[in-house]
Design a protein around this ligand. Structure first.
Ligand code: DC
Length: 199
């Protein structure tokens, strides 16, 4: 069975948590595509060469979840050659047997426009910054994290190639006023319904 769930949205909206819960619930494989860009950003040297030679070891290195790695990822992600080098891997993953969930920025629009389910998970910049700041152990100031979230949004939305954008047929899930379990339940319901329609 091929079944692709595309989950897009800005940084710290809850995509990762929702994706992992869905993968567990339905037995799908999960790919956090942000990790690919983070690994390219942290590899150093020419980012295009880094993207073309990305290895499993690069994806396993320490520090990929840090704010600095997110910032580096967002910078290399504006380069069309970097994005092009990562397309085939993501598409193959999406169509693997048994179903797959991919989270990122352009999954429903560019990587898998044919995905069976598309969710656009978002939340206010303030809420996302507060979550990131709490996650980081209240390291640094909240205002600094908020400024970083806003800068990252602007870069991800404003880039020419594959900008952060909801696909026209995506279902938007605004998690600003939701608990994690409410957001997860919503996503599970959407997918269960789509699977039932296909059965
Ligand atoms: O989801 P994340 O915070 O790990 O993503 C880090 C950066 O990588 C994000 O700011 C933009 C880039 N990215 C992208 O351009 N396309 C994706 N599909 C995933 C991430």
């Amino acid at each position: 069975m091929h079944f692709t769930v595309a989950i897009d949205g800005p940084a710290a909206a809850g995509k990762g948590t929702i994706s992992r819960a869905i993968a567990r619930e339905f037995g799908f494989a999960h790919l956090d595509t942000g990790l690919l860009y983070r690994a390219v950003g942290m590899k150093g040297g020419d980012p295009i060469v880094a993207a073309r030679s990305l290895s499993p070891d690069d994806l396993a290195r320490d520090g990929l979840r840090s704010l600095a790695a997110g910032e580096a990822a967002s910078r290399v992600a504006v380069l069309p050659e970097v994005r092009a080098a990562l397309v085939d891997f993501q598409r193959d993953f999406a169509r693997r047997e048994g179903g797959a969930v991919l989270d990122g920025r352009d999954i429903g629009t560019v990587i898998c426009p044919e995905a069976e389910v598309k969710l656009f998970v978002t939340a206010s910049a303030e809420t996302r910054a507060r979550r990131r700041w709490l996650e980081a152990g209240e390291d640094g100031s909240y205002e600094e994290v908020l400024a970083q979230v806003r800068a990252r949004d602007a870069r991800d939305i404003g880039r020419a190639d594959a900008p952060l954008l909801a696909a026209p047929d995506a279902i938007t899930l605004d998690t600003t006023e939701m608990t994690v379990s409410q957001a997860v339940e919503f996503a599970k319901d959407v997918i269960a319904q789509r699977l039932a329609e296909r059965a």
